[in-house]
Design a protein around this ligand. Structure first.
Ligand SMILES: C[S@@+](CC[C@H](N)C(=O)[O-])C[C@H]1O[C@@H](n2cnc3c(N)ncnc32)[C@H](O)[C@@H]1O
Length: 253
């Protein structure tokens, strides 16, 4: 579905996500690293390593944004990657990344679409990755089931999301960082990044209030993805979840 079509049917949450990311594409890669104090690139490397693909494999990277994870997958495994995002602006940054690298031109395909309704067949992909997606969807359970649908049985699924530290003292520091540090650091870059900093300070705790981690893991299992790894990184500020698509489809999945 095109961006304009998705805007006509979009819910408030989706409209907000489309508007939020439209101006962020140009500086996205370096701002992500800055706002996480250099931790985000390390978390992405852990995500990419968890997929353990072969060169003949075809991976779907959902909510690819500027294509950072997709490019890292191609470069590490020499596999094929299809990268999907609903934001035309973020995808143009991914297109620019691909244009500068012959290997990406050969192996990376970019698709504009929505995680909730993937334009792909059941079991079409060997593995699937998604990064910072579920906070932006209205129905994480349905979206997870849709992601699971396109992965072949035995394929790996790996996801990265911000987390909230579990240790009380660190959680306090984390709150200070997200409420004051993120908007202040963002403001150095642009008003849009300041707004994004303020948004993240609310969006991350809201997400875990709406869907605590144990419930997320249960959703993965109900979608037909058996959890194989849960890794809290940087004292819980980054959360990596890895699973394997089960041989049988989940009920209703
Ligand atoms: C925080 S960015 C993360 C981008 C990328 N995954 C990365 O490596 O940082 C979130 C991305 O998710 C995309 N997105 C949000 N909701 C989506 C949906 N329902 N379907 C597809 N893309 C979505 C946004 O357009 C944005 O590019």
């Amino acid at each position: 579905m095109s961006a304009s079509a998705s805007q006509t049917t979009a819910t408030e949450r989706k409209r907000h996500a489309l508007a939020l990311f439209a101006p962020l594409a140009p500086g996205y890669d370096s701002m992500g690293a800055l706002l996480s104090f250099g931790q985000d690139p390390r978390w992405r490397r852990a995500l990419v390593a968890a997929i353990r693909a072969g060169p003949g494999d075809h991976i779907l990277d959902v909510a690819t944004g500027t294509g950072m994870v997709a490019a890292a997958l191609v470069r590490r495994y020499r596999c094929r990657v299809t990268a999907l995002d609903q934001s035309a602006e973020m995808l143009s940054a991914a297109r620019a990344r691909r244009a500068g690298d012959p290997l990406l031109q050969e192996r990376l395909q970019l698709v504009e679409g929505q995680a909730e309704q993937l334009p792909f067949a059941d079991g079409q992909f060997d593995h699937l990755t998604f990064t910072y997606l579920l906070r932006y969807v209205d129905d994480p359970a349905k979206t997870l089931a849709e992601l699971a649908r396109v992965v072949r049985p035995g394929g790996r699924v790996a996801a990265l999301e911000f987390g909230v530290p579990t240790h009380a003292g660190l959680r306090l520091l984390w709150r200070l960082h997200t409420r004051i540090g993120l908007p202040a650091l963002g403001a150095i870059a642009s008003p849009e990044w300041a707004q994004t900093g303020r948004f993240l300070a609310r969006s991350i705790p809201d997400f875990y209030a709406r869907l605590p981690l144990p419930e997320q893991l249960a959703l993965w299992e109900r979608s037909g993805i058996g959890i194989t790894q849960l890794r809290r990184m940087s004292f819980g500020a980054g959360v990596l979840i890895v699973g394997v698509r089960s041989l049988h489809r989940a009920e209703g999945g």
